[in-house]
Design a protein around this ligand. Structure first.
Ligand code: G1P
Length: 298
């Protein structure tokens, strides 16, 4: 069976970034750079590598830096050209999606991830759509969304990336009640948003990559509130269980929780260690820190 091509992706970028204050007071959290690239650009590049053709940003007040980032910048380009900075110019040009490929819409009220996705319903229409949360940075040889789209071609329905998390952390995630496992695909028999460790049906957590059937929009339209009094995407997905296939996909790669300070630093170190220009300097630096810690008995 072949399923419709996944051509569109939603990037919910309306969140306030409270965990990163004061850095995010005037700057969108999605613009925080890991080494030299903003988080949102990693997500957009991952979507592009997976064949996504249309990029829908669900945004909010104070997020215009994201729009500027994916737009022409005449003063900068002019100055770089005058200074004959060819490499920088071509790097800036490579960021630009084609005109008309990107759409921005405002969420208006922060009512939850489910609500953010629902806001994009008219732009998505009646076709499957990917959702990428830029906070979840996935480092992988084959980009996570590309892996998922391949798996989606076998099963259709709803698909979400999953990974095991430590039991005390279940209250930070959507947690899967697993059914049958086939390779990297796990049937989702149930899904609970942010359960306490005592109530969690497993330690298999949803991370911020989804492929959704358009039937999700009718569920989200009910605007039922869930955990944290928010309209949750996981609740709407759970409602579709039994009506369409729903799988978790154990992706190959390493995920960093860049919504969290420690996770963000870990991502920065991991990417810096492999960076063409600063990899060696970073390795030396990390070694010096480790030696210092050992010496101090820390
Ligand atoms: C969201 C989802 C949650 C998922 C998580 C992954 O939560 O609601 O189901 O496990 O992303 O990062 P948030 O981190 O936005 O609270």
């Amino acid at each position: 069976m072949t399923f419709q091509k996944v051509r569109k992706a939603i990037f919910p970028v309306g969140g306030l970034g409270v965990r990163f204050l004061p850095a995010t007071k005037a700057m969108p959290k999605e613009m925080l750079p890991v080494v030299d690239k903003p988080l949102i650009q990693y997500a957009v590049e991952e979507a592009m590598a997976a064949g996504i053709e249309q990029f829908i940003f669900v945004t909010g007040r104070g997020k215009s830096a994201i729009e500027d980032h994916f737009d022409r910048s005449f003063e900068l380009e002019e100055t770089l050209a005058q200074r004959n900075k060819k490499a920088e110019l071509s790097m800036i040009a490579s960021l630009l999606p084609e005109a008309g490929q990107v759409a921005y819409l405002r969420q208006q009220q922060p009512l939850g991830l489910g609500h953010a996705v629902w806001c994009a319903r008219h732009l998505v229409g009646d076709e499957p759509v990917a959702v990428l949360l830029a906070d979840d940075l996935v480092k992988a040889d084959k980009p996570c969304l590309a892996q998922m789209i391949e798996a989606y071609q076998q099963v259709g329905g709803n698909l979400t990336a999953v990974m095991d998390v430590p039991k005390p952390h279940t209250d930070k995630y959507g947690i899967v009640q697993p059914g049958e496992t086939r390779g990297r695909l796990v049937e989702v028999a149930g899904l609970v948003e942010k359960p306490s460790p005592a109530k969690a049906p497993s330690t298999l957590a949803v991370i911020g990559r989804y492929i959704l059937d358009p039937a999700i929009f009718a569920e989200l339209a009910r605007k039922e509130r869930g955990a944290g009094n928010e309209i949750q995407l996981t609740d709407a997905m759970a409602k579709l269980i039994g009506r369409q296939p729903f799988h978790g996909y154990r992706f190959v790669g390493r995920r960093f929780d860049c919504g969290d300070k420690a996770g963000f630093i870990e991502a920065t170190i991991a990417y810096a260690l492999e960076h063409e220009a600063i990899g060696k300097a970073t390795r030396d630096m990390v070694r010096r820190f480790a030696e210092g810690l050992e010496r101090d008995g820390a």
